[in-house]
Design a protein around this ligand. Sequence first.
Ligand code: AMP
Ligand code: ZN
Length: 134
Amino acid sequence: MAATCIFCKIIKGEIPSFKLFESDKTFAFLDINPLSRGHALVIPKFHGAKLTDIPDEQLDEILPLAKRLAKAIGATDFNVLQNNGRIAHQMVDHVHFHVIPKPDEKQGLGVGWPQQPTDMAALKALFEELKPKV
Ligand code: AMP
Ligand code: ZN
Protein backbone atom coordinates (compact mmCIF):
# COMPACT_ATOMS: atom_id res chain seq x y z
CA MET A 1 0.00 0.00 0.00
CA ALA A 2 1.18 3.53 -0.77
CA ALA A 3 -0.09 6.24 1.56
CA THR A 4 -0.66 8.84 -1.14
CA CYS A 5 -2.07 6.54 -3.85
CA ILE A 6 -5.76 7.17 -4.64
CA PHE A 7 -6.38 3.56 -5.66
CA CYS A 8 -4.78 2.26 -2.43
CA LYS A 9 -7.12 4.66 -0.61
CA ILE A 10 -10.08 3.25 -2.54
CA ILE A 11 -9.05 -0.31 -1.56
CA LYS A 12 -8.85 0.76 2.10
CA GLY A 13 -12.22 2.52 1.88
CA GLU A 14 -10.66 5.87 2.68
CA ILE A 15 -12.21 7.41 -0.41
CA PRO A 16 -15.52 6.21 -1.83
CA SER A 17 -15.98 3.99 -4.86
CA PHE A 18 -18.66 1.83 -6.39
CA LYS A 19 -17.19 -1.59 -5.68
CA LEU A 20 -17.96 -4.38 -8.12
CA PHE A 21 -15.76 -7.13 -6.68
CA GLU A 22 -13.21 -7.74 -3.96
CA SER A 23 -11.00 -10.68 -3.00
CA ASP A 24 -7.78 -11.04 -1.01
CA LYS A 25 -5.70 -9.67 -3.85
CA THR A 26 -8.00 -8.06 -6.39
CA PHE A 27 -10.46 -5.16 -6.43
CA ALA A 28 -12.85 -3.82 -9.11
CA PHE A 29 -14.92 -0.64 -9.21
CA LEU A 30 -16.66 1.73 -11.59
CA ASP A 31 -14.50 4.33 -13.34
CA ILE A 32 -15.42 7.83 -12.14
CA ASN A 33 -15.19 9.33 -15.66
CA PRO A 34 -16.51 6.53 -17.82
CA LEU A 35 -15.95 6.32 -21.56
CA SER A 36 -19.15 4.31 -21.77
CA ARG A 37 -21.85 2.82 -19.55
CA GLY A 38 -20.29 0.18 -17.29
CA HIS A 39 -16.64 1.26 -17.73
CA ALA A 40 -14.89 -0.56 -14.88
CA LEU A 41 -11.39 -0.80 -13.43
CA VAL A 42 -9.80 -4.02 -12.17
CA ILE A 43 -6.75 -3.59 -9.94
CA PRO A 44 -4.36 -5.75 -7.97
CA LYS A 45 -4.35 -4.75 -4.30
CA PHE A 46 -0.55 -4.91 -4.44
CA HIS A 47 0.65 -1.37 -5.09
CA GLY A 48 2.86 -0.81 -8.11
CA ALA A 49 2.84 1.78 -10.86
CA LYS A 50 3.45 -0.41 -13.90
CA LEU A 51 2.59 -3.95 -14.93
CA THR A 52 6.28 -4.83 -14.67
CA ASP A 53 6.21 -3.86 -10.96
CA ILE A 54 3.60 -6.45 -9.99
CA PRO A 55 4.50 -10.03 -8.97
CA ASP A 56 2.89 -12.72 -11.16
CA GLU A 57 0.83 -14.20 -8.33
CA GLN A 58 -0.83 -10.82 -7.74
CA LEU A 59 -2.05 -10.77 -11.34
CA ASP A 60 -3.64 -14.17 -11.74
CA GLU A 61 -7.24 -13.14 -10.97
CA ILE A 62 -7.20 -10.06 -13.19
CA LEU A 63 -8.11 -11.43 -16.63
CA PRO A 64 -10.72 -13.93 -15.38
CA LEU A 65 -12.32 -11.07 -13.44
CA ALA A 66 -12.22 -8.72 -16.44
CA LYS A 67 -13.99 -11.44 -18.41
CA ARG A 68 -16.64 -11.96 -15.72
CA LEU A 69 -17.21 -8.20 -15.44
CA ALA A 70 -17.64 -7.78 -19.19
CA LYS A 71 -20.31 -10.48 -19.13
CA ALA A 72 -21.99 -9.09 -15.99
CA ILE A 73 -22.10 -5.59 -17.45
CA GLY A 74 -23.69 -7.06 -20.57
CA ALA A 75 -20.95 -5.86 -22.91
CA THR A 76 -20.72 -7.75 -26.17
CA ASP A 77 -18.12 -5.51 -27.78
CA PHE A 78 -15.54 -4.12 -25.38
CA ASN A 79 -11.86 -3.28 -24.87
CA VAL A 80 -9.53 -4.31 -22.06
CA LEU A 81 -6.85 -1.65 -21.72
CA GLN A 82 -3.88 -1.21 -19.40
CA ASN A 83 -1.67 1.88 -19.71
CA ASN A 84 1.94 2.12 -18.47
CA GLY A 85 3.61 5.53 -18.16
CA ARG A 86 2.48 9.08 -18.91
CA ILE A 87 3.24 9.00 -22.61
CA ALA A 88 1.15 5.83 -22.79
CA HIS A 89 -1.78 7.71 -21.19
CA GLN A 90 -1.37 6.44 -17.62
CA MET A 91 -2.67 9.05 -15.15
CA VAL A 92 -2.97 6.96 -11.97
CA ASP A 93 0.24 5.24 -10.85
CA HIS A 94 -1.38 2.09 -9.47
CA VAL A 95 -1.73 -0.65 -12.09
CA HIS A 96 -5.27 -0.86 -13.41
CA PHE A 97 -7.03 -2.68 -16.20
CA HIS A 98 -9.90 -0.87 -17.88
CA VAL A 99 -12.92 -2.87 -19.04
CA ILE A 100 -14.62 -0.53 -21.48
CA PRO A 101 -17.87 -1.48 -23.23
CA LYS A 102 -18.01 -0.36 -26.87
CA PRO A 103 -21.74 -0.12 -27.57
CA ASP A 104 -21.32 1.98 -30.72
CA GLU A 105 -18.82 4.00 -32.78
CA LYS A 106 -19.06 7.09 -30.56
CA GLN A 107 -18.95 5.66 -27.04
CA GLY A 108 -16.17 3.68 -25.43
CA LEU A 109 -12.53 3.63 -26.41
CA GLY A 110 -11.30 5.40 -29.52
CA VAL A 111 -7.79 4.52 -30.59
CA GLY A 112 -5.30 5.71 -33.15
CA TRP A 113 -3.56 2.77 -34.79
CA PRO A 114 -0.52 4.19 -36.58
CA GLN A 115 0.67 1.06 -38.29
CA GLN A 116 4.13 1.20 -39.83
CA PRO A 117 4.77 -0.56 -43.10
CA THR A 118 7.27 -3.40 -42.92
CA ASP A 119 8.23 -6.66 -44.61
CA MET A 120 9.53 -10.05 -43.48
CA ALA A 121 13.18 -9.04 -43.97
CA ALA A 122 12.79 -5.95 -41.78
CA LEU A 123 10.87 -7.98 -39.18
CA LYS A 124 13.63 -10.58 -39.18
CA ALA A 125 16.27 -7.87 -38.59
CA LEU A 126 14.24 -6.49 -35.68
CA PHE A 127 13.76 -9.97 -34.26
CA GLU A 128 17.51 -10.63 -34.41
CA GLU A 129 18.18 -7.29 -32.72
CA LEU A 130 15.67 -7.77 -29.90
CA LYS A 131 15.95 -11.52 -29.26
CA PRO A 132 13.74 -10.99 -26.20
CA LYS A 133 14.33 -13.44 -23.37
CA VAL A 134 10.78 -14.05 -22.17
P1 AMP B 1 -5.31 5.85 -16.81
O1 AMP B 1 -5.32 7.03 -17.72
O2 AMP B 1 -5.18 4.53 -17.53
O3 AMP B 1 -4.30 6.01 -15.69
O4 AMP B 1 -6.75 5.78 -16.17
C1 AMP B 1 -7.06 6.28 -14.90
C2 AMP B 1 -8.55 6.11 -14.73
O5 AMP B 1 -8.86 6.23 -13.36
C3 AMP B 1 -9.37 7.16 -15.49
O6 AMP B 1 -10.26 6.51 -16.38
C4 AMP B 1 -10.10 7.90 -14.36
O7 AMP B 1 -11.42 8.28 -14.73
C5 AMP B 1 -10.11 6.86 -13.26
N1 AMP B 1 -10.19 7.41 -11.91
C6 AMP B 1 -9.42 8.37 -11.38
N2 AMP B 1 -9.79 8.60 -10.10
C7 AMP B 1 -10.82 7.77 -9.83
C8 AMP B 1 -11.63 7.52 -8.69
N3 AMP B 1 -11.46 8.21 -7.53
N4 AMP B 1 -12.60 6.59 -8.76
C9 AMP B 1 -12.78 5.89 -9.91
N5 AMP B 1 -12.04 6.06 -11.01
C10 AMP B 1 -11.07 6.99 -10.98
ZN1 ZN C 1 -1.70 2.14 -4.87
